[in-house]
Write a new protein. Sequence first.
Length: 343
Amino acid sequence: MSATQTQMRQEVLEIPQAAARLLDTQGDAVRAAADALRARNPGFLVSVARGSSDHVATYLKYASELLSGTPIASVGPSIASVYHRKLNLAGSACLSVSQSGQSPDIVEMARMARAGGALSIALTNDPASPLAQVSDHTLYLEAGPELSVAATKTFVNSAVVGIWLLAECAQDAALLAAIHGLPDHLEKAVRQDWSQVIDALGSRNSLFCLGRGPASAISNEAALKFKETCQLHAESYSSAEVLHGPVSIVDAGFPVLALCAADEAELALAGVADQIADKGAAVFATTDQVKKATALPTVRSGHGLTDPIALIASFYAMVEQVATSRGINPDAPRHLKKVTETV
């Protein structure tokens, strides 16, 4: 690593290797959890997570509903940790996502879900963590140490192992093939040139991120990373919602990043991106279906459900450059620490 390379940059470049390591080592654990999930055949699942991990849970919610028609509902950890209530989760399954597996509220909610009758599955980078200890199955992220405060490779590997679990459960051969092809696509994704977005941001301090379907989770994560690493006020909206009021603050040159996967929502999202560009905004989209917005170079993964993972890898590489161009150290955002433990 050069003297000027941030820890975040190094970890972004490690994403392809981290994903490959996960895919090489966690097959037995993923298949065992998928067998248990298939045997349970839950009418619904719940997710327990906060921050970037909750964006992974949103991604998995869309994936589950699209793959099998099984809804996933996000439950507030404070129900168990602060309010000390119990949920009736008999016959369901619970996905708990936490890079550290340490936060008391996440652990307590996972414990309560299991006690309430749910099959409990943890996604964590620490297989010895308290979260792993209260779960029926633990899917180890294999991301390696992540020292930068901003989660990057742990986010990607959480998404990879989560979608892998759902694909194994559904026994979807096409999706499984796309998942196992991800390391090569991620190697290309982290090297995409999105410098046009950096130039358009200039000295502006506010922007929109847009998504739809599974890519809406990536939009949420992008907005969070703009805030925590660049101190920018970024808001994430579904392309189905942004024209219902938020668009009113758009003025000439207002930056907008539209994150599109190659799925059924692509044309609709591209259409909204063009409408906002027509109002004078500087709109960038990860699709060649736009006519007025600027199309960004984009790596496609061969499946609409894995495209969002490649998108976030390209975004991470770009947002690190935004931070450093503004003289901000993305490894140590102000007011933040690596592990946030909430009750």
